[in-house]
Design a protein around this ligand. Structure first.
Ligand code: XMP
Length: 615
């Protein structure tokens, strides 16, 4: 077997990543690109021709069970291709089965384990005999077929040995790893991926942002084929990078930008965005429309988060279409700064559940995409890559690295509710069960009569938060919160009460999105963002939404303000960030006196089970 018969995309040596799992495949692609080798995500049912030209294939993990033959109707001709193939988890099991091995339902491992290689092998070059790797599986390989050997085993904390943690055939160049080298929890996973991609597949590292940029410019010119593009520019890093790319590729005459003030932006934001775009030389055809009233009208009376998201997304398109008509630009292509995770979380890959509909993936847009009327130059990239590209295009550092801000803006940060009381006894049960976990550690717990969105076992949840109160070190608070949302049914979030005496009762209020609530939220958000900067923690936190929750506490106020500082790499998972005590005190002093505020809390929830935004 030798090199592929055709060169890879753009003349690069490249790897195809077969996406069986939705959530991790993109991570594998990112990790391959980090080796400066182009990686492209392919679907399991893609025709064999779509896999030609790659120097190797990686098969991802999956929520499906290989032992039960789930998800087995994929294109198996890929196994006939003359290039090395490596499988992770589900991919590992499918490779074992394909070549005469046996997979059973059992031998579950979860979290970090100790991996020991059976002998030195190119896949583990430069690594120790024993390595910490990360497992997450229900099925296991118990036998390999002819020509295959066991390349390593794993050991749990109690010393129990699991066979076939790694397997392979050097003659066939087929390999499998039961663990996930793509997640950061596998300490030297990057080295294993490098060993496969650069060593076993022999890829020459040639993929750089500079080359990617040149190729994208060519691709945009070809795709636009003489047409002009009309782009919605929110001022966020994604749409700004997309605008610069399009401007560079097509020239300023063929690029029209529209900034819509949807009334859901931060304080003074639209003016800053217009100044930024002009400063970047994108002012030639820069249009602005204040559509705040129209968005508020579309949101009037809505309570359910997905309905609100759809209303915001549809209004964007309506305003955009009307403006395009008015300016005689209706025949233009629609440009969007969509990045890869937007597609995944909207359920945009066949195997992923809809956690939240992102504003650039509402049905009208999907229909325009199907008609070939949309151009999305960043659709294959992840935030960190967009930022890298943004820096190489000369966007100021503070813009490139500013916190992500969702398209629906403050619209998904003012929680709406119908004000209905929960079923009798429901909150009492939540408070009692959560209290039983919290009290032995010196904390009190109160179930709250509202719901927020979360994600559990890859599925959407819409459940209740628990409010903790009392003093404890941050790590202990996280521990208690974690135990509560894992053990108490119907809870997907915990927040910590900040301030004086904790409330004894919470009454749900009917609330929709109004101008007054938005004004209050804008002010609270500005206080939080200024505080983060003043205390020097703005750049350490990945994102910090401020949320209004319509609750009367002990008969007072209308809005509980929740601050949600998180650490994250790719927004698919997140951990609560600790803020300096002095900042929390200051937030209390400045936020509690705002009109209608009933209290202040700090969100302590990881993602999963909570999402970053509450709606
Ligand atoms: P969640 O709340 O799902 O959010 O954990 C993950 C990341 O995505 C942002 N987000 C959005 N971004 N359009 C966007 O462009 C949207 O509709 C949207 N909803 C959430 C969120 O702020 C976080 O960074």
């Amino acid at each position: 077997m030798s090199a592929p018969e055709q060169p890879g995309p753009g003349g690069h040596d490249a790897i195809a990543v077969v996406d069986f799992g939705g959530q991790y495949a993109h991570l594998i692609a990112t990790k391959v690109r980090r080796q400066r080798v182009l990686a492209e995500v392919r679907q399991p049912e893609d025709p064999t021709a779509a896999f030609r030209g790659y120097r190797g294939i990686i098969i991802s993990g999956s929520p499906s069970l290989s032992s039960h033959g789930e998800d087995s109707a994929y294109n198996k001709e890929i196994f006939e291709l003359p290039v090395p193939i490596l499988g992770f988890c589900f991919g590992h099991q499918e490779i074992a089965k394909r070549y005469g091995g046996r997979v059973i339902h059992g031998g579950r491992e979860w979290g970090p384990v100790d991996f020991r290689r059976s002998r030195p092998h190119p896949l583990f070059a430069g690594l120790a005999e024993s390595e910490r790797v990360w497992m997450s599986h229900f099925d296991s390989v118990v036998e390999v077929g002819p020509g295959f050997e066991e390349l390593g085993t794993s050991r749990l904390g109690d010393g129990e040995v699991h066979r076939f943690a790694a397997l392979g055939s050097d003659t066939l160049r087929r390999y499998g790893l039961q663990f996930h080298p793509e997640v950061d929890d596998t300490l030297h996973g990057d080295q294993m991926i490098a060993n496969f991609v650069l060593g076993i597949c022999g890829c020459r590292p040639s993929w750089t942002m500079a080359r990617y940029l040149e190729e994208q410019l060519d691709a945009i010119r070809a795709r636009a084929a003489g047409q002009s593009v009309f782009l919605l520019a929110s001022g966020g890093v994604d749409s700004t990078v997309a605008a610069l790319l399009l401007g560079r590729a097509l020239g300023e005459e063929r690029l029209h930008l529209l900034h819509i003030d949807n009334g859901l932006m931060r304080q003074g934001e639209s003016q800053q965005v217009l100044a930024l775009l002009r400063g970047l030389g994108l002012g030639r055809h820069l249009h602005f429309v204040d559509a705040g009233d129209e968005f508020l009208a579309a949101l009037a009376g809505l309570v359910e988060p997905e309905q609100k998201r759809w209303a915001i997304g549809d209004t964007f398109v309506r305003v955009f279409q009307r403006e395009a008509e008015r300016m005689g630009l209706a025949g233009h292509l629609l440009g969007q700064g969509t990045i890869y995770p937007d597609t995944i979380e909207t359920g945009g890959t066949r195997r992923a559940d809809t956690i939240k509909t992102h504003h650039n993936r509402v049905p009208i847009i999907e229909e325009m995409i199907a008609r070939g009327r949309v151009i999305e130059p960043l659709a294959e990239l992840y935030k960190v890559e967009v930022r890298e590209l943004g820096e190489s295009l000369g966007i100021p550092r503070e813009v490139v690295w500013r916190h992500p801000f969702p398209g629906p803006g403050l619209g998904v940060r003012a929680l709406c509710a119908d004000g209905a009381a929960p079923a009798p006894g429901e909150l009492e049960r939540l408070s009692a069960e959560a209290g039983a976990i919290a009290r032995p550690r010196g904390l009190e717990a109160l179930g709250l009569p509202v719901r927020s969105v979360g994600v559990k076992a890859d599925l959407r949840s819409y459940e209740r938060p628990v409010l903790l109160s009392g003093a404890a070190p941050f790590e202990r608070l996280l521990e208690v919160a974690g135990e509560i949302y894992q053990r108490v049914a119907g809870v997907n979030r915990c927040a910590l009460w900040l301030g004086g005496a904790p409330p004894r009762s919470a009454r749900p209020l009917q609330a929709t999105l109004t101008r007054e609530r938005l004004e209050l939220l804008r002010e609270a958000d500005a206080v939080v963002m200024q505080g983060l900067r003043r205390h020097g923690v703005h750049d350490q936190v990945w994102q910090c939404p401020t949320v209004l929750v319509p609750l009367e506490l002990d008969g007072c106020g209308r809005e509980l303000v929740v601050v949600r500082p998180v650490l994250s790499e790719r927004a698919m998972t997140a951990r609560p960030a600790e803020l300096p005590a002095a900042l929390l005190d200051e937030l209390g002093e400045r936020l509690l006196p705002l009109p209608g505020v009933s209290g202040l809390a700090l969100d302590l929830t990881t993602k999963p089970p909570g999402t970053i935004e509450w709606e």
